[in-house]
Design a protein around this ligand. Structure first.
Ligand SMILES: [Zn+2]
Length: 167
């Protein structure tokens, strides 16, 4: 019941991901329609309903375009799971504040990068210049298009692809 379900606005704009339990609740209360199923059936006491993969709200939700949340996982994804100092892929990646927090470095997209433990340790609490290190890419906020925002779900939900493209 925790499988992610893509939520579309009335105009088919992808706006959110919720779990199956919530999606079924929205369908049963007629707040949303099923757009795509294909995941089998859910049996309740009295009825069986198809398990949704994509639903569409019945009423338009007006809200600003979603932005990518600044989380470890999203920083790693932006940086393609690559240390931004040495270019290595590592399984034990860390977050590095380019300008260290104790020097008033912000916790913001433009100041956080993926670093391997070795580079992070080497840099310590120093500025780049002091540590004689350079970044492979200047960190920026990821694009706020639907394809990027919901793209991390595509591996397991590739049927979403046509619905998140172009938004
Ligand atoms: Zn490194």
């Amino acid at each position: 019941m925790n499988t992610p379900v893509l939520v579309l606005n009335v105009n088919f704009e992808p706006i959110n991901v919720c779990n199956t339990r919530r999606a079924v609740g929205l369908i049963l209360t007629e707040k949303a329609d099923m757009v795509l199923n294909g995941r089998g059936w859910i049996h309740t006491v009295s009825i069986a309903i198809p398990r949704p993969s994509i639903i569409r709200l019945e009423h338009m939700i007006h809200r600003p375009r979603p932005r990518v949340k600044l989380t470890r996982r999203e920083v790693f994804r932006r940086d393609e799971f690559t240390c931004q100092y040495c270019g290595r892929h590592a399984s034990d990646l860390t977050l590095d504040h380019v300008l260290p927090r104790h020097l008033s470095g912000e916790h913001a997209w433009t100041n956080v990068v993926t670093a391997c433990p070795k580079c992070n340790h080497h840099k310590g609490g120093r500025r780049l210049e002091e540590a004689h290190m350079i970044l492979m890419h200047l960190p920026t906020e990821p694009p706020s298009n639907a394809y990027y925002i919901f793209g991390r779900h595509l591996i397991e939900n590739n049927e979403w692809e046509p619905y998140i493209q172009g938004w």
